[in-house]
Ligand binder design. Sequence first.
Ligand code: FES
Length: 122
Amino acid sequence: MPNITFSAPIMKKDKTIYAVAGNTSTILALAKEHEIPIPFECGDGDCGSCLIEVTALGDKPLMGMALTEKEKARLKELQMISPAELELAEVNDTPPRFRLACQFIPRDEDVLVSFTGTPGGS
Ligand code: FES
């Protein structure tokens, strides 16, 4: 079962939650459930306000995962994905550094989710 640690300057301290195995909730849904204040507006990959930075905890790189077309489009608009990261994401499913919390479903790995608390910040 993965541990997901949330960290933001607007939180008094980091908070770690345990995602149940097989859970298909997005990071945004988990954050809402645990009263973690990730900014959001649309909840559907359209606005980019839920930008987060995702880092693997431990010695393995992040597990591969495909980005949705919406997420790619928003990250490009926000200039939070480089052409090299985009190519790696499309060719190898290598996840980029920045993600949208409403599109990212955590896998069975421990991750750190960072955000600023400002919509569209990271
Ligand atoms: Fe709008 Fe995630 S809440 S893109």
